[in-house]
Design a protein around this ligand. Structure first.
Ligand SMILES: NC(=O)c1ccc[n+]([C@@H]2O[C@H](COP(=O)([O-])OP(=O)(O)OC[C@H]3O[C@@H](n4cnc5c(N)ncnc54)[C@H](O)[C@@H]3O)[C@@H](O)[C@H]2O)c1
Length: 340
């Protein structure tokens, strides 16, 4: 099959490209390189040779997306491209709606023009907002009440996909899956690509940057939450398991049907547990300082992934935190300056 991968120069998209190439498929990457890396494209090219194409384009360019879909004879789209920082989305809501909702609409329009009717969309646990502790673990029917423009823009695009799948009198109805990821971590087992967000806001790479000497310490935002050690609890899913979920989702994709699944390991780890794991894996003391709670950080967020286990047989293989951290550390140790 031939896949269009939006955001393929980014963290998760680059891992998806490698996985699809490993399975013998072709990939065409579209990315503006606003947050992605030419180095990731180079690594994907060296793995896939002439089965890889890269088109440097913004999602807003519907005409170019359409001609890419037609010329490259794309069967299926995996849509990873987005702006992804919660805090930034509070400062620049318009940009977030433009990219995450407007960019998605442009892509759907191009898909309609090009008669490409299959899409897997990267949604997020941020669409659930701040569910109360008694709502854990989060299922697909937990009310979606996002509390920032990032989560809201992702949820609105889910609504568009759902409506488009159900469009009346559509001769070629859309087939769409939204996967709501929790916290994604780790790297390709063969070390070909890794995580290089700038700025980095995710806990595991931040701890590892301290171990590399790139930061003086970790700030722990809040140590007085109603959790066993007082720090926030999150669900960390390995990026390779996440990519497996995308491949599994392809089996369920059906014309006229919108499906969504939560993707997590089904248990949470606290900030303290993650910090201790990073200390064990790196052998570095990773100093930590106490910080204030951040607004909008719920004490605990973790997935109930049983729906996708039941429907598609997908289950995370990496459930040991040290194992997840180790793959992230291997890549960062070898690439202390990321893709630079
Ligand atoms: N990383 C996580 O923990 C996490 C958790 C939940 C959901 N997600 C979702 O997964 C997807 C991928 O996340 P990531 O961590 O790989 O992010 P990333 O920033 O590493 O990758 C996003 C890619 O999209 C590209 N992009 C951004 N705007 C674009 C535009 N207008 N046109 C074309 N390309 C554009 C960027 O250049 C980048 O390469 C996102 O949709 C994100 O919302 C990620």
């Amino acid at each position: 099959m031939h896949f269009l991968i939006t955001g393929g120069a980014g963290y998760i998209g680059s891992h998806a490209c490698l996985r699809l190439l490993d399975e013998g498929h072709e990939v065409t990457i579209v990315d503006s390189l606003r947050r992605g890396h030419q180095g990731a494209i180079d690594a994907i090219r060296s793995a896939g040779g002439d089965r890889v194409a890269f088109v440097h384009v913004d999602l807003s360019d519907t005409a170019r997306l359409t001609s890419t879909l037609v010329d490259r004879r794309i069967d299926t789209v995996m849509h990873f491209a987005a702006l992804t920082y919660v805090g930034e989305s509070m400062e620049k809501p318009l940009e977030y709606y433009q990219t995450n909702l407007g960019g998605g609409l442009s892509l759907l329009e191009a898909m309609r023009e090009a008669s490409v009717r299959r899409i897997v969309f990267s949604s997020t646990a941020a669409t659930y907002g701040e569910p109360p502790p008694e709502a854990m673990p989060i299922t697909e029917t937990t009310p979606q009440r996002p509390i920032n423009p990032y989560g809201a823009s992702k949820l609105q695009f889910e609504h568009v996909l759902r409506a488009e799948c159900a469009a009346l009198k559509d001769e070629r109805p859309l087939a769409a899956v939204a996967l709501r990821y929790f916290n994604v971590a780790g790297s390709d087992a063969r070390g070909r690509v890794g995580e290089d967000h700038r700025p980095e806001t995710h806990l595991i790479p931040i701890c590892l940057e301290v171990a590399l000497g790139k930061r003086p310490h970790l700030t722990v935002f809040g140590e007085d939450y109603p959790t066993p050690d007082g720090t926030c609890i999150r669900d960390y899913v390995h990026v390779e398991d996440l990519v497996d979920a995308h491949v599994a989702a392809l089996r369920a994709i059906e014309p006229g049907r919108f499906k969504c699944w939560n993707i997590g390991i089904g248990r949470g780890y606290s900030v303290r547990e993650v910090l201790e794991s990073c200390r064990r894996v790196t052998g570095h003391p990773i100093p930590a300082q106490k910080g204030e709670r951040r607004p909008g950080d719920p004490p605990s967020l973790y997935a109930d992934p049983s729906a996708i286990a039941c429907d598609l047989g997908w289950q995370a293989k990496h459930t040991d935190l040290d194992g997840i951290v180790r793959t992230a550390w291997e890549w960062m140790r070898r690439h202390p300056r990321g893709y630079a």
